[in-house]
Ligand binder design. Structure first.
Ligand code: SF4
Length: 375
């Protein structure tokens, strides 16, 4: 799985805004002060007590879009249910998604599952031994590969996530837009330059921990920072305007209608296609309201298109708002009476009539948990 040469390609000189070279003295001070601070202040977290690649990999995937306090119970539950890569590879996707239910960004769980199958089927359960090998697995990018390889194997590779970007742009007072690809490459280069030969994993975790705690986005605690004497933004008073980010696009809003269709005491549920948003999760069928179309008309149309059944739309059960990373949605859930037709999955991978009592066996999106108890 190893792909020799990737690191040298990445380290090659790239065009982009100039970032001051790091003098050996400054580099030494950053490394020493940061590692000393980390060893005295690092939070005691379960994935920091192990060098098991599987557990470290799981923690890195979990923490990509999730706060530590939210991720902790999922980490423990996931390891209990799938204690090693072989048990994860053997599991069916439904069980994996059920364990991930409520955490969001479900492609993380689907990719963990796919990658476990690659590791077991192609390498007999042996994990890649370097960052390039990890990066070849589904769902593992440069950041995750660097984190796992430096923490587990002591490989001298950098990491660059939102926390590290904030620390670096402040330490070096970088006023160029950190979302620009050329600046991002320079930041990778800078991170690469700073990471030491010894304890690269601790150094990388220290950078992330500093960004997550002391060098906070709105309220950096510069007076308590181990890097206060080498931080250019602190000297210039520009901390709060670093990093410079691209202007955010307005977030679109969607109006959706969903039907709680009941037939013989059972509710109709459907499984979303495995790829794409909320892939593999179950939901009440429905669709997006078009401009000028009433909720009832939309629901009758969407039910027919998605499931082939005709319904009589009844009262509103709930109206809930939910925010995804790229859009916001209002879900209007209506009680519906089944009228005619055979339920068939036209737009889903699977469709079922299910008793209310058994709904909890299925993995639903977080937004559905805001109203499922009302059915
Ligand atoms: S001195 Fe302040 S701005 Fe600079 S790295 Fe430390 S916390 Fe961040």
């Amino acid at each position: 799985m190893a792909r020799p040469g990737r690191r040298s390609e990445r380290s090659a000189a790239l065009p982009g805004p100039v970032i001051a070279a790091v003098t050996p003295q400054r580099k030494g001070a950053i490394r020493r002060n940061l590692l000393k601070w980390y060893r005295a202040n690092a939070r005691d977290l379960p994935w920091r007590r192990t060098r098991d690649p599987y557990a470290v990999w799981l923690s890195e995937i979990l923490l990509q879009q999730t706060r530590v306090d939210q991720g902790l119970p999922y980490y423990e539950r996931f390891l209990k249910q799938f204690p090693n890569v072989k048990s994860l590879a053997r599991a069916d996707e439904h069980a994996v998604l059920k364990t991930w239910e409520g955490l969001g960004y479900y492609s993380r769980a689907r990719n963990l599952h796919k990658a476990a199958r690659v590791v077991v089927n192609e390498s007999g359960g042996a994990f890649p031994s370097d960052a390039a090998g990890w990066q070849a697995l589904p769902g593992i990018g440069r950041y995750t590969a660097g984190a796992i390889a430096s923490i587990v194997y002591g490989e001298r590779v950098p990491v660059l996530d939102g926390n590290v970007i904030r620390v670096l742009t402040r330490l070096f007072d970088i006023g160029d837009c950190s979302d620009a690809p050329s600046v991002r490459e320079r930041l990778w280069g800078l991170a690469d330059e700073l990471v030491p030969n010894s304890d690269p994993g601790d150094f990388n975790q220290a950078m992330m921990e500093l960004g997550a705690s002391v060098c906070a986005p709105r309220n950096p605690s510069c007076d308590e920072c181990p890097l206060m004497n080498v931080c250019e933004a602190r000297k210039a008073g520009t901390q709060l305007s670093r990093p410079v980010r691209a202007a955010k696009k307005p977030v679109p809003h969607k109006e959706m209608v969903l039907g709680a269709v009941v037939k013989n005491g059972r509710v109709l549920i459907a499984r979303r296609p495995s790829s794409g948003l909320l892939g593999g999760l179950w939901e009440l069928p429905g669709g997006e309201v078009s401009a000028g179309e009433s909720h009832a008309k939309t629901l009758r149309r969407c039910m027919k298109d998605a499931t082939g059944i005709h319904v009589k739309v009844g009262g509103l059960v709930a109206s809930v708002d939910h925010a995804y990373s790229h859009f916001k949605v209002t879900l209007n859930v209506y009680q519906c009476d089944y009228v005619s037709g055979d339920a068939t999955a036209h737009e889903h991978d699977e469709i079922k009539w299910m008793t209310r009592a058994r709904l909890e066996e299925f993995a639903f999106p977080k937004a559905h948990h805001k109203f499922l108890h009302l059915l």
